[in-house]
Ligand binder design. Structure first.
Ligand code: AMP
Length: 392
């Protein structure tokens, strides 16, 4: 392979490192080029006056707060109708970039503004959903995190495959032609907070409902959804942070999602809910998060899965995940953990721990939220002259 080919592959998709393809010595060459690109993006940046920018939504208040704690300036990218709300927190925000719609993020003048503010963009769980995959992955502003993961995250099947390649236990996955022999959950694409998901017990039920969704234009084809075994147990979501600078995986917290109406239904005695004319179906729309502290005996396995996840992203999406990520699981009564989903960015469940969590305290002995941890990592990277290790 020649240099031009590397550049082409990289420009289109980010580096696809395939050990078997690279001749000896090329791997380091690849990373030199990646570093060159990063230096290109941050060239002209005043490292003394970096700012941390994010879309005003999801976990942005935490991100601004964490950035301030570490001495960075902050930039809120906000849509007009939310401006009044974020202005209530202007003590945390140095600069507002006001858009008519999220789609304007990649407009030339907006990107130039961000660059003139020496901005590092912190993507959160709503980033791709709001600005679209193309803008999200191609924006010419340095991103704290792994850009290449956005495309994987947008594809539910690719996501589950990544978990399986990592050696992390997942629920059984069904194809539409498979016989469905147990309760399954059918998930629609995109981060819509569980909207439109449904439970079914047979193939016929799944097919019937999906045909309706296609008619309504909710999905284009059966292939758009993922069908998973519905694991009976309790849900638990683990917040991790991978530090390329300290080369370690930290568990920063855990939470449970509060979901309507699956959590609301259990407030009704079964003999009442069974006789309700409406027969409310369980749905999974997230309305908030509840803190969780885990049995200590579960922690080694939880950390092991976090490490496996990091290693797999290093193998298949080099340089691998950077910073926060979350594994989302159900734990059954045999203490088996089945991971049904992951998020490669900061999750909203971390908002519980703006003042730090019982776990982050163990590593840092000071109030350390996930977003403060992001800002700390950037600071450590600058001190060690290794900023390219945390930006893509
Ligand atoms: P997700 O969008 O994949 O995070 O799923 C939304 C919600 O559906 C989760 O928070 C769980 O309550 C539930 N859920 C998802 N997958 C499963 C599964 N395989 N087994 C049991 N519950 C699930």
């Amino acid at each position: 392979m020649c240099l031009a080919h590397h550049l082409f592959v990289w420009k289109e998709w980010g580096w696809e490192k395939k050990d078997e393809v690279y001749p000896k010595g090329v791997e380091s060459y690849v990373y030199v080029l990646r570093g060159t690109y990063m230096r290109g993006l941050v060239a002209g940046y005043d490292l003394e006056r970096l700012s941390i920018a994010t879309l005003a939504s999801h976990s942005s208040l935490q991100i601004f707060h964490g950035a301030k704690m570490e001495g960075f300036r902050t930039v809120a990218i906000v849509v007009k109708d939310r401006l009044w709300f974020y202005e209530q927190f202007k003590h945390l925000i140095d600069y507002f970039i006001v858009l008519n719609s999220w789609g304007e993020l990649c407009r030339k003048d907006v990107v130039e503004k961000l660059r003139s503010l020496n901005a590092i963009l912190v993507p959160h769980g709503s980033y791709v959903e709001y600005v679209g995959l193309d803008c999200a992955e191609n924006i010419e502003v340095p991103i704290f995190g792994l850009r290449k993961l956005f495309r994987v995250e947008a594809d539910q099947k690719a996501k589950m495959e990544l978990l399986q390649r990592a050696g992390i236990p997942t629920p059984k996955i069904y194809r539409i032609d498979d016989d469905i022999d147990r309760l399954v959950i059918v998930k629609l694409p995109g981060a819509k907070g569980g909207k439109g998901y449904f439970l079914a017990k047979s193939k016929d039920e799944v097919v019937e409902r999906l045909k309706k969704y296609i008619k309504e234009g909710l999905i284009k084809s059966f292939d758009d959804v993922i069908i998973q075994e519905y694991v009976i147990g309790v849900t638990a979501y683990y917040h991790y942070f991978y530090s390329p600078i300290l080369n370690r995986v930290e568990i920063l917290g855990a939470d449970i999602r509060y979901e309507t109406n699956v959590d609301g239904l259990r407030r009704l005695p079964p003999k009442i809910s069974i006789n309700l004319d409406l027969e409310p179906e369980p749905s999974f729309v997230v309305v908030g998060n509840i803190p969780l502290v885990l049995r200590e005996s579960l922690l080694p396995r939880i950390l092991e899965y976090g490490i496996k996840f990091v290693e797999e992203t290093k193998r298949s999406l080099p340089p691998g995940i950077i910073g926060p990520f979350c594994l989302e699981s159900v734990i059954n009564d045999n203490m088996e953990i089945k991971v049904f989903e992951f998020s490669g960015r900061i999750v909203a469940g971390t908002n519980i721990y703006i003042n730090g969590s019982p776990y982050s305290y163990l590593y840092w002995n000071e109030p350390m939220s996930t977003s403060r941890r992001i800002a700390r990592e950037i600071k450590l990277a600058i001190d060690r002259n290794e900023l390219e290790k945390v930006l893509t």
